[in-house]
Design a protein around this ligand. Structure first.
Ligand SMILES: Nc1ncnc2c1ncn2[C@@H]1O[C@H](COP(=O)(O)OP(=O)(O)OP(=O)(O)O)[C@@H](O)[C@H]1O
Ligand SMILES: [Mg+2]
Length: 365
């Protein structure tokens, strides 16, 4: 029978790349017995990290070098630790944009579903007071959420995501003409009067360009970060900068920019067309110190499947777009864990263990 201490020392040679710490001192492994087998349970910092499989492989190899009996490495549930203001929500992320119609709700809902499919506990809060569209996108049109004994709203679950929308409370076609204080009250309630339970990620679909909602969210519970969505046009980048400035004024960390509808890959001839012109976002991002998360293509099925309540990652899980959403979710998870782990982890990165995802589209032809 292998000694636990010997096994622990062997496992301690494996580093979790996002944290930059060994898995034993970071408390990510547990050793158990199952008859003749030794079981190593690995709970990664986030289920959506791109390198979890590689870490498990390294654990298997490390254990095999010292064990004289069969070893099984299992994936255990992971949990992102919350902040003091919202201890049960691992990461509260806003999805915003400087202007409307760039795909915020589409990106927020597809990212939420992708993270849930990866095994994370995910919530989606539609805080777009002026045009809530999440009920339609998630197939929850007309849903009336239940209220629990503590008089909290119970989120509806769609595609594995706990979902709440201001659209559940007001009629879909009602033009909501609320002013700042009312907006603040409504948004705060959506956060605090909802029985979210324990979540790894709560994504918030923000209305375009306004500070009221973000300000209220930040007063209710600090936003851990914001993902900004844009389209390739230069004019759109001016809006991006406005959004970035708004977030930084409100002390919200901009995790990065996603360029949506960046190009169209024609299924008939395999050629790439940059319909909204060549992308300058990556260059603009680097000159303004905004991390560039990647490009998402135009996919003809996005709108019809959204109307049918099926995010594209569910309707067409093998499409180029769905593949990119998976890479984007993995990259986001990596950035969130790194940011949560702080500067110590940053310093130990770049040792060539994992490859940061690259979304460069095929060359335009
Ligand atoms: N990658 C894509 N490919 C094709 N269509 C897309 C893509 N992303 C978004 N769309 C479509 O673009 C339109 C706008 O998207 P969406 O509603 O998500 O934008 P928004 O920024 O949330 O808008 P609003 O400001 O009105 O809330 C929708 O019809 C959506 O289906
Ligand atoms: Mg929207």
């Amino acid at each position: 029978m292998i000694d636990n201490e010997v096994l622990r020392n062997a496992l301690a040679t494996v580093t979790e790349p996002a944290l930059g710490r060994d898995v034993v001192s970071a408390n990510l492994v547990e050793i158990a017995r199952d008859g003749e087998q030794v079981v190593v349970r690995y709970a990664p910092p986030s289920a959506a990290l791109p390198h979890n499989g590689a870490v498990m492989e390294l654990l298997r190899t490390a254990a095999a070098t010292v064990a004289n009996q069969p070893v099984r490495v299992e994936l255990a549930p992971s949990a992102i630790a919350g902040s003091p203001s919202s201890p049960r929500i691992g990461c509260l992320l806003g999805v915003g944009a400087g202007k409307g119609g760039v795909g915020k709700s589409t990106v927020a809902s597809n990212l939420a579903v992708t993270l849930a499919k990866a095994g994370c506990r995910v919530g989606l809060l539609d805080a777009d007071i002026y045009g809530p569209s999440v009920p339609i996108l998630m197939g929850l049109r007309g849903a009336k959420p239940a209220v629990n004994a503590a008089r909290q709203i119970v989120p509806a679950v769609a595609h594995g995501v706990k979902t709440v929308s201001i659209g559940f409370m007001v009629q879909e076609d009602m033009a909501v003409a609320w002013r700042g204080p009312m907006v603040g009250k409504a948004v705060t309630q959506l956060l605090s009067d909802v029985d979210w339970g324990d979540l790894d990620y709560l994504l918030v679909d923000l209305p375009p360009g306004t500070g009221d909602v973000v300000l209220s969210l930040c007063q209710a519970a600090a936003l851990d970060g914001a993902v900004v969505v844009s389209t390739p046009q230069d004019v759109a980048f001016a809006d991006v900068l406005r959004a970035v400035r708004m977030f930084s004024m409100l002390k919200v960390d901009v995790v990065g920019l996603v360029e949506n509808m960046a190009y169209f890959l024609c299924p008939d001839n395999g050629k790439t067309y940059e319909i909204f012109g060549p992308s300058n976002s990556e260059r603009h991002c680097s000159s303004h110190d905004v991390p560039f998360l990647g490009r998402l293509p135009i996919e003809l099925q996005v709108s019809p499947s959204a109307d049918a309540g099926l995010p594209i990652v569910v309707a067409e899980p093998n499409s180029d777009l769905a593949v990119r959403y998976r890479a984007l979710a993995a990259d986001l998870a990596l950035r969130v864990v790194r940011r949560k782990a702080g500067a110590a982890a940053q310093a130990s990165l770049g040792q060539g263990f994992f490859t940061v995802h690259d979304y460069t589209p095929p060359a335009a032809s």
